[in-house]
Design a protein around this ligand. Structure first.
Ligand SMILES: O=C(O)CCC(=O)C(=O)O
Length: 268
């Protein structure tokens, strides 16, 4: 038995490579996060989709607070242990009738980290269901190791470089339907993606990428945030965090990491 999950749920995560739904915040709080994303768009004149792709939490302290939410971290702790780092966070926003989709991929492709022990928590700010292009996973695919990805730059792929796992058996695809404030967790090697939004409303979720402190970078020292426990390994530098919304110092960092990502460097 874990802090939040039963032994059966933990075992099922090991077999299936995902768990959903879990509750992070109330429906009302999720609605408040949704409004903050819209406020970000109004203040910056930028669409949230694309602008907050690699380290969204560098834009606002409330995102760092959400990354430290006990409801999320208890579940993550049950899966990866008590000492937890946050490496990245990505906002995925699809407008009403948005053709944007996410090709099948593994998060591990981007990490440059060993061992393969990280998980992604995807927190819904709106309803997320097959009609608006919810997250989909391939059950059990995390057990197949690192898969080959092709760079397919096709229109409307929300992954900037269009990475796509070839030969996915879609018979094993599972739609992760979530209510606002709920989240799913998937293993870094779980193949996942999402379809376009065919509904009349927006679909927004924020993904947090967590790992245990013993994970190290194979691309030199990089930044991370210790969100729970102690870091006895010191493999990561302490990430400078925003002092307030749109802090120019951390917004500049956010711009730099995104440019490096687009240019093909995965040094986050
Ligand atoms: O939100 C989506 O549609 C895709 C999310 C995703 O790829 C991720 O969380 O890693």
């Amino acid at each position: 038995m874990g802090k939040r999950l039963t032994s059966e749920q933990i075992l099922k995560f090991k077999e299936d490579g995902y768990i959903a739904p879990c509750r992070a915040v109330s429906d009302r709080e999720a609605g408040e996060y949704f409004r903050r994303i819209e406020a970000f768009e109004e203040r910056t004149g930028l669409p949230a989709e694309g602008s907050l792709k690699i380290k969204a939490h560098l834009s606002s302290p409330w995102m760092v607070d959400l990354a430290c939410n006990p409801g999320i971290l208890d579940v993550v702790e049950d899966l990866i242990g008590p000492n937890i780092l946050l490496f990245r966070s990505s906002l995925f926003a699809k407008n009403a009738h948005d053709p944007g989709f996410v090709s099948w991929h593994q998060d591990s492709l981007y990490y440059g980290q060993v061992p393969s022990a990280c998980v992604t928590a995807w927190v819904a700010f709106t309803d997320s269901h097959p009609g608006n292009g919810c997250l989909r996973v391939i059950r059990g695919s995390h057990l197949d190791g690192n898969r080959e990805h092709e760079e397919r730059k096709v229109p409307n792929n929300l992954l900037a470089r269009g990475h796509t796992v070839i030969d996915v058996n879609e018979d094993d695809a599972v739609d992760l339907t979530l209510r606002p404030g709920e989240f799913s967790v998937h293993h870094e090697r779980t193949v996942h993606g999402s379809m376009p939004n065919t509904s009349d409303g927006r679909r927004i979720g924020l993904a947090f990428f967590y790992g245990p402190t013993h994970v190290s970078s194979v691309r030199g020292r990089r930044n991370a945030v210790l969100v729970r426990g102690v870091d006895e390994y010191n493999h990561w530098d302490k990430e400078p965090l925003p002092r307030y919304d749109l802090d120019p110092v951390t917004m500049a960092d956010l711009g730099h990491v995104f440019k490096r990502y687009e240019a093909g460097e995965f040094k986050l």
